[in-house]
Ligand binder design. Structure first.
Ligand SMILES: [Zn+2]
Length: 251
């Protein structure tokens, strides 16, 4: 079965080549064909450096999460530059960027993404700190409603609110979700069952993702693919098809 991973990070080290080799090796051991590497603004390297490396390997795609506290003009220029070095998607990480989804900065980023036809990944895992930055679940739906021409990926599928996020996604055709982090964080209990149910229930919008756990990666992928395959359903869309559709990959 072909597997793509919608949520990869490079292990933070001083040596980007080492991190990239480690990721590639782990993916090979786990039989994962490729995936979306996400770089955050506090990562150890320049986006350009990562873009060059990712560009050499056609199985990977790159998403970047930029510093939003710059002028509209500077952000626009920077995004065009990252797109040129290979970024295919942008990411909003409200907790790290200290912004909720109603801010001027977010509006600015999404408008730029719309103009450049780039999809947007948004971290949707509420770790308990959302109230501090004025984040609510409803803001995700509102943003997707306001920008129907932009494809959004709600990474981590809303965490413990997975059913709410699955139902919201039903109302907006431009939204996708991934299972990353949530499936590993809630290793037992109702959330895990709800997540599995949600992936079956909205099967053309959910994608498989891990959040890359360094040495345990092959083991995690095997455990998770067993978990999602246990009901003997056709999971092609979940493991590969929706990922390709979201990123506009045609083979
Ligand atoms: Zn992540």
């Amino acid at each position: 079965m072909e597997i793509f991973d919608s949520h990869l990070h490079l292990a933070q080290s001083s040596d980007l080549n080492w991190s990239f080799a480690k990721l590639t090796e782990n993916m090979r051991l786990a039989d994962v064909s490729g995936g979306l590497i996400i770089c955050n603004q506090n990562d150890a390297w320049d986006f350009e450096q990562v873009g060059e490396l990712v560009g050499l390997n056609r199985n990977f795609k790159l998403a970047i999460s930029p510093d939003l506290n710059v002028s509209t003009r500077a952000l626009g220029k920077a995004i065009k530059n990252w797109k040129r070095v290979g970024a295919v998607a942008l990411k909003i990480h409200p907790r790290i960027q200290k912004t909720n989804l109603q801010s001027r900065q977010v509006d600015n980023l999404v408008r730029q993404a719309q103009d450049l036809n780039m999809p947007i990944v948004i971290c949707s895992f509420n770790d308990g700190s959302w109230s501090r930055i004025g984040m609510t679940n409803m803001q995700f739906l509102k943003l997707a409603d306001d920008f129907p021409g932009v494809k959004f990926l709600w990474a981590h599928a809303g965490g413990h609110s997975v059913l709410d996020f699955m139902f919201m996604a039903r109302r907006v055709p431009n939204v996708f979700l991934d299972t990353s982090f949530t499936q590993s964080y809630f290793f037992k209990g109702a959330v895990l069952e709800n997540l599995n149910y949600a992936t079956e229930s909205l099967k053309n919008r959910f994608m498989f993702g891990t959040d890359f756990e360094l040495d345990s990666y092959p083991e995690s992928v095997r455990r998770l693919s067993d978990f999602y395959l246990s009901h003997n359903l056709d999971r092609t869309a979940f493991f590969a098809g929706n990922y390709k559709f979201f990123l506009g990959i045609n083979e």
